[in-house]
Design a binder for this molecule. Sequence first.
Ligand SMILES: Cc1cc2nc3c(=O)[nH]c(=O)nc-3n(C[C@H](O)[C@H](O)[C@H](O)COP(=O)(O)O)c2cc1C
Length: 365
Amino acid sequence: MATSMLRIGNVELSSPALLAPMAGHTDLPFRLLCRALGGVGLASTDLLNVHSILRERPRAMRLAATAPGDEPLCMQLYGNEHDPLPEAAIWAVDHGAAIVDINMGCPVDKVAKKHGGSLLLCDIDSTVRLASGIVEAVTPKTGVPVTAKIRLGWDDERLVGPDLARALEQVGIAAISVHGRTTEQFFRGRVRLDGIRDVVDAVDAIPVIGNGDIEVAQDAAHMIEYTGCDAVMVARGALRRPWIFNQIRSLLIDGTALPEPSFVDKLEFLILHLNLILTHLDERAALHRMRSGIAKFARTMGHVKPLKESIRTAHSSSEIRQALELWLNRARDGWEPKTIQEGPEAEARAREVAHATASMAGVSL
Ligand SMILES: Cc1cc2nc3c(=O)[nH]c(=O)nc-3n(C[C@H](O)[C@H](O)[C@H](O)COP(=O)(O)O)c2cc1C
């Protein structure tokens, strides 16, 4: 399956697989890890509070930090019409954003109750005015496109996604990414591909990026085939498989299904992530990120409970490194853990096999 190169405003993306914003995860080291493993067309920061970045608060500066190799970068902002979003968007452009995205989908109370996020799905007119003000402040002067990340609507009674997307296109929003759930759904149920297709059908010319529940490359191919979206965005799946972008790119552009990385590869990716955190953040972040991230990442590694335990209980990054190197040496000698027979990982594998079988038989799942 070949898909044409994706362009968002003046930014040409080398791959239709995008890393979604994920608060607490998509910091510079994680973005660089995904990019190093290949196939990332665009990566986004966590959602950024506009007041905090304009005041250059240390935490916000860490979240907005970028470095060579972290291109093209999307910075995501959240706020509402009372916030200085246009000024913050200009700040983002001045600090390395190739694309500025407005969060219109965050369902978390802290954001959606007063500040923005999904709240913006509730009043289309005011959201479109807000978006128009940001586009006018940024795009004519700098050429940088402004995009919006939405959900299908607040709830099933208010599925505003298609109308909102159409109205945003008319004021110059350069692309829409859509998570195929309502705010009220939070993360429950399966992604609703019909809802994404309605958004695709509603816009005239701008790209629509589909998002939700992409766990393996075949899920991305299926989403594009079913909805007609131009690209996909992966969030949680990337915490388990940061190499998924390369697999998606390869499947969509070259028609090649790349194999799963080996056990040795995966241990090397963990060491690379550790090194990137130590280079760009610090010891504290290394301990926190590796300890909290290992459960998700290790889901694709078979039975590695002792490895997970040694990382979770480590007191320093050097203890983590020692544990990883020990396992790496064993793995290089040919040792491999037993594969997993049940749980989300096995379900994802089963879906992978089902998609492959269906596509060989010419059936669409
Ligand atoms: C821990 C976590 C943090 C998230 N943070 C953000 C965020 O900062 N901005 C945003 O637009 N979406 C955020 N999302 C939503 C994701 O970008 C994505 O839309 C959603 O997880 C569905 O995609 P997935 O099934 O690939 O995970 C977050 C999701 C998770 C799980």
